[in-house]
Write a protein that binds this ligand. Structure first.
Ligand SMILES: Nc1ncnc2c1ncn2[C@@H]1O[C@H](COP(=O)(O)OP(=O)(O)OP(=O)(O)O)[C@@H](O)[C@H]1O
Ligand SMILES: [Mg+2]
Length: 246
């Protein structure tokens, strides 16, 4: 497919002897939003980490924009420029201000012009209502604010593809919406290609073009978002949705 961003073929992942991903196959096209759902321990984080070269895998192939993803240090540096990833913990550098945290990648790694990047970052911060916190340190921010900064930091690298792994899981309920809104805007306004792991089922239903349902390291369903939430095919997916009170 011409607009294919990422292709995963026959991916198998082991942790020592433990087989955690079984023959994973899927592709994602430009602008598509996939939510990756499944019970705890099903392999969601492991899969996400394989996709951007953070995890070694045993068999299979991952192709990003026509190039093979080979998990090693050098490749990872390059992939990180194009595949943005945000986790549950924000991992901002505590000794750097918000602005310094965000500028690091674009200016030190990508060697872009500092003034240009700063202008762009101001706009991004404005958009998420955090411009006033530009010179604050991470410890002075709430969890939700830190998570919004972590997303801005990823976006400032101009990624072509974003991975989100439970970015709202450690937030107080009142902080969740602000973070999800940024992701929703990325889908609606920027047509960003994304894979999102989330336990927020309303959000997943709202944003997903497609759902991959993972259980015990197997993709049991790969279907449109509409279909998955209306009519889950497998007992396992039905049970999962029930367990989420959905
Ligand atoms: N570094 C590791 N070493 C050994 N086993 C691991 C490691 N990381 C994860 N696992 C195992 O791999 C399986 C998949 O874990 P993973 O973290 O990918 O699940 P998950 O779907 O993201 O779960 P959760 O919803 O709780 O985040 C689990 O059985 C887990 O115990
Ligand atoms: Mg996980």
């Amino acid at each position: 497919m011409a607009n294919e961003v990422l292709k995963v073929e026959h991916l198998d992942k082991y942790y020592q002897k433990k087989h955690v991903l079984h023959d994973i196959n899927f592709t994602i096209s430009k602008g598509e939003v996939i939510t990756l759902l499944g019970p705890s321990g099903s392999g969601k984080s492991t899969l996400i980490r394989c996709l951007n070269g953070l995890e070694d895998f045993r068999n299979g192939e991952i192709t990003f924009e026509g190039k093979k993803v080979i998990p090693n240090e050098k490749n990872w540096q390059q992939l990180r420029q194009k595949i943005g990833m945000v986790f549950q913990s924000y991992d901002l550098f505590p000794n750097l201000t918000v602005l310094e945290n965000i500028l690091l990648g674009p200016t030190k790694v990508q060697k872009r012009n500092v003034d240009e990047v700063k202008q762009e970052v101001d706009k991004l911060l404005q958009k998420v209502d955090l411009l006033d916190y530009k010179d604050a340190y991470p410890r002075q921010l709430s969890g939700g604010q830190k998570q919004r900064i972590a997303i801005i930091r990823a976006l400032a690298l101009h990624p072509e593809f974003m991975l989100f792994d439970e970015v709202t899981a450690s937030l107080d309920p009142e902080m969740v919406r602000g973070v999800l809104n940024i992701i929703q805007d990325l889908a609606d306004e920027d047509n960003m290609t994304m894979i999102i792991v989330t336990h927020e089922m309303n959000f997943a239903q709202q944003i997903a073009d497609r759902v991959l349902f993972l259980k015990d390291g197997n993709i049991l369903e790969d279907t449109s978002g509409k279909e998955f939430f209306k009519n889950p095919k497998t007992d396992q997916a039905q049970e999962f949705l029930q367990s989420m009170n959905f």
